[in-house]
Write a protein that binds this ligand. Structure first.
Ligand SMILES: Nc1nc2c(ncn2[C@@H]2O[C@H](COP(=O)(O)OP(=O)(O)OP(=O)(O)O)[C@@H](O)[C@H]2O)c(=O)[nH]1
Ligand SMILES: [Mg+2]
Length: 323
């Protein structure tokens, strides 16, 4: 791997020319926080801002991947460019999902649709941070829409959805998914509900359940999300979904309270990342903790934390960061 900071220039030039290899490489280098990544992201930020970021969430197996792929191909048929970011894809232990994904990737490649998978572990600076960066890079590459697929069960995944301009929650008949969605705090951030697998019995019951939940959770002045049905495997209902997403885009983009506009939050995250890296890696925090633990003299976590770090160390920390 070439980690020289000066290869960023060529890669960014490639991004402007819409070279997919440069795109993939930039994503990897930003994910790995290769030297120079911040200035690269500055240039990318200047190029980005045109795409709508759509989060697609729902319980495992609801059909999110099938739906996301179908939406991207549906968009392509309308002359639009959709890219896919699959965050925290199903555990590699379920072999079926990997096979499914390979088939899906071939289908997407046929339509020239860019797909990138991101795993929870190993994402430096956290999953939502990494998602935001990659979505922005796909935006700068000239995508009109970036579709982020994520299983909305844990807090990490819910945080990922904050990156999106609008959020689609996928439910299916016969699983009480709507209840799960409320638990994860997703109900409040849903801009559109899709009841997928509408070829199965019980579809209208789910629609009714979601309506009932909406009545319970909706605050005054909140937009009531529409509920659409689909059969992702056959493409049924997809046109109506794309129409609805088109209708929603200008509305969410004009919303001044949109989370993704919150520059302050993003800056805080970036600073927190820097501080953590500074403390654990550059200022030797990791080694110091290991040796303190090794000595075995202190077993009290509060005392250990204080021995490791106190406010007076902050000045010392910044002095040690020469990079
Ligand atoms: N009957 C029916 N099956 C569907 C539909 N949509 C998807 N499926 C099937 O449901 C299964 C799961 O679909 P995926 O698209 O992998 O679901 P997912 O939500 O991405 O799954 P995870 O990423 O593993 O959480 C696959 O076998 C699909 O073929 C549908 O509308 N009707
Ligand atoms: Mg999936």
């Amino acid at each position: 791997m070439n980690a020289r900071p000066d290869n960023w220039g060529a890669l960014l030039e490639g991004l402007r020319r819409r070279d997919r290899r440069a795109l993939a490489r930039i994503i990897s280098q930003v994910e790995d926080r290769k030297p120079g990544w911040q200035s690269a992201m500055q240039s990318i930020f200047a190029l980005a801002g045109n795409a709508t970021i759509i989060g697609i969430t729902g319980s495992p197996g609801a059909g999110k991947s099938t739906l996301t792929g179908a939406l991207a191909t549906g968009l392509a048929a309308r002359g639009r460019k959709g890219g896919i970011l699959a965050v925290d894809p199903t555990s590699p232990f379920t072999g079926g999902a990997i096979l499914g994904d390979r088939v899906r990737m071939i289908e997407l490649a046929k339509h020239n649709i860019f797909l990138r998978s991101m795993a929870t572990r190993g994402a430096m600076g956290g999953l939502s941070r990494a998602t935001r960066d990659v979505a922005r890079i796909l935006d700068a590459f000239g995508h009109d829409i970036v579709l982020i697929e994520t299983v909305g069960v844990g807090q990490d995944e819910v945080d990922v959805l904050r990156v999106a301009d609008l959020t689609v929650v996928v439910c299916i008949p016969g699983q009480g998914d709507n209840v799960q969605a409320v638990k994860a705090g997703i109900m409040e951030i849903a801009d559109l509900f899709i009841v997928n697998k509408a070829d199965r019995p019980g579809t209208d019951d789910v629609v009714g359940d979601i309506r009932a939940m909406q009545r319970l959770t909706m605050g005054k002045g909140m937009r009531q999300a529409n509920i659409l049905k689909s059969v992702a495997t056959s493409g049924e209902g997809l046109d109506a979904i794309i129409d609805e997403l088109d209708r929603l885009q200008p509305i969410v983009k004009a919303d001044p309270s949109a989370a993704n506009r919150d520059l302050g939050t993003e800056v805080r995250e970036l600073v927190e990342d820097d501080l953590l890296r500074l403390f654990w890696d550059k200022a030797g925090g990791r080694e110091k903790l290991a040796s303190l633990l090794g000595e075995g003299k202190i077993s009290d976590p509060y005392q250990l934390a204080q021995a490791l770090f106190s406010e007076k160390d902050i000045a010392g920390l910044s002095g040690k960061d020469k990079n």
